[in-house]
Design a protein around this ligand. Structure first.
Ligand SMILES: [Cu+2]
Length: 500
């Protein structure tokens, strides 16, 4: 009952707000190692904060005996002193699967620490969780009616009880109250009514103050917009325009931190249809970002710009831009592009994407339908023109691949890596890099985040198989852009998916 009361209070205070990390896709998906144990972790972030996050952990091996989970701040004060962890419950049907619920008490850059015990000893990892309120949960009308009725009943009852106590409190049984006592009782009732009304008034004022205060603290999480401007024919300028004045105070664009080699990952996707896509890396100039665009046909483009603030909170700035024909510089560095056919519902669920050299990327999709709100592992195999696994795979920005999951209406945009949906910068912070992204240190997975401008060490072999843990947030048509690098060339396989 007490929990329910707290819940009602929280529901009433929560205010309407929307996305932060990614767009329309707030759950966190993760794949990585806790010591000797390979884990898949999903964190279902609550719609309101404070709220309950649902944690799902799947172990790849069957030697796990116990899993403990605890929420903490991602970095800074509080990140070293966790509360007592909860023990995740093992599924009776599936011994590899563990679940638990955690209260997230504050907004911002948090992490969930997962500790594993088993026959191979102990292991630990941390999954970054951007926590933010996303919607209003209005009070149900029936509940409001019931509470209103109870309030009136109690208030009126209190007045009558006070009157009766004064009038008949010290009468003998059977005795009738004197006119003087009746008069006094009426005065007591009037005073009680004034006091009760006063308490109700003060209560309403307190409630209103709390609600305003809550609104002020969470309104920070209104996502900033990407404001674009084209200068000198091919220079795109991107500014973050906070929808709330508090935003620019909280996120200083001068203090964003590099996330897999770049301060910003900019995606331009043609709309509607998504038949063209660019993945670019603008440079920062003061508090704005600029990019000298490559050749781009005239058209309408959706803009998604990923940045990570110094606390490790990932932001996707969203905007649109109408571009004239751009005659620009050739693509350089990590910049890449893809052109193909438009997304149509009929073309849904393709599992093979042809590459320019006759090779292809094959999505090992399996026969099961794609279902929303289900954690999945998306596996892709890169083959040469003879159907053999390619041997020329390289790291692309420190990883075997990058994938963008985009819904047909552009209301969902998620930039995913083999380690999952968390930004690489946040993963490094969560797992103990004290001063932001480390200098070439590798985190819990074998993916290394390198500071901007440093040469990437080329590992001997990058597997021609790349996988991404993710789950579609809602039903509909999606396009998945899978980007890999082969022999110095970035290639994209594009897959359309119908999600139930
Ligand atoms: Cu990426």
């Amino acid at each position: 009952m007490h929990r329910r009361a707290v819940g009602i209070f929280v529901l009433m205070l929560a205010t309407a707000l929307s996305v932060g990390a990614h767009v329309g896709s707030s759950d966190v998906f993760f794949e990585g190692d806790a010591g000797a144990y390979h884990l898949y972790v999903t964190v279902r972030v609550p719609q309101v904060i404070p709220g309950i996050a649902e944690i799902e952990v799947r172990s790849a091996s069957n030697d796990v005996e116990k899993i403990e989970i605890v929420p903490m701040r991602l970095s800074g004060a509080g990140s070293d002193f966790p509360p007592t962890p909860d023990v995740a419950e093992r599924s009776k049907q599936d011994p590899h699967f563990f679940t638990g619920s955690l209260w997230l008490m504050e907004s911002g850059a948090l992490k969930v620490r997962v500790s594993v015990e088993g026959s191979k000893g102990k292991g630990e990892l941390a999954v970054p969780v951007p926590a933010f309120a996303r919607r209003t949960l209005p009070m149900e009308r029936s509940l409001g009616g019931l509470l209103g009725f109870l309030m009136v009943f109690l208030a009126v009852g209190l007045v009558f009880i006070a009157g009766a106590a004064s009038r008949e409190g010290n009468l003998e049984p059977g005795e009738t109250p004197s006119p003087a006592k009746k008069r006094r009782a009426r005065v007591v009732m009037a005073i009680t009514a004034v006091v009760v009304l006063g308490i109700l008034f003060l209560g309403k004022a307190w409630w209103g103050a709390e609600a305003t205060n809550y609104k002020r603290t969470v309104s920070f999480f209104k996502p900033p917009l990407a404001e674009t401007e084209l200068q000198n024919g091919n220079r795109l300028v991107i500014r973050a325009k906070g929808q709330d004045p508090e935003w620019s105070k909280e996120v200083n664009m001068d203090e964003v931190i590099p996330d897999h080699n770049h301060l910003m990952h900019l995606f331009l996707i043609s709309a509607p249809g998504m038949d063209r896509m660019w993945h670019l890396h603008p440079e920062r100039e003061g508090s704005k970002f600029v990019d000298d665009l490559p050749d781009i046909p005239a058209g309408h483009y959706e803009v998604f710009a990923d940045i990570v603030d110094k606390a490790g909170f990932p932001w996707t700035l969203v905007g649109q831009v109408d571009l004239p024909q751009i005659n620009g510089a050739p693509l350089t560095g990590d910049d890449s592009t893809w052109t193909g056919t438009a997304l149509t519902p009929q073309s849904a669920d393709a599992s093979v994407a042809q590459l320019a050299d006759g090779g292809r990327i094959v999505w090992e999709k399996g026969s099961a339908p794609l279902v929303a709100n289900t954690a999945m592992v998306f596996k892709f195999k890169v083959e040469d023109k003879d159907g053999n696994p390619v041997k020329d795979m390289q790291q692309y920005m420190g990883m075997a691949g990058h994938a963008e999951f985009v819904s047909a209406d552009m209301s969902v945009f998620a930039h995913i890596h083999p380690a999952g949906s968390a930004s690489m910068a946040a993963l490094e912070l969560a797992n103990g890099a004290p001063n932001g992204p480390p200098n070439g240190a590798c985190g819990i997975t074998d993916q290394c985040v390198m500071p901007t401008g440093m040469a990437m060490p080329m590992p001997a072999q990058v597997s021609p198989e790349v996988s991404f843990p993710y789950g579609f947030p809602k039903a509909g048509e999606y396009r998945i852009f899978v980007q890999v690098k082969r022999a110095g060339q970035v290639e994209a396989g594009v897959f359309d998916a119908h999600v139930q």
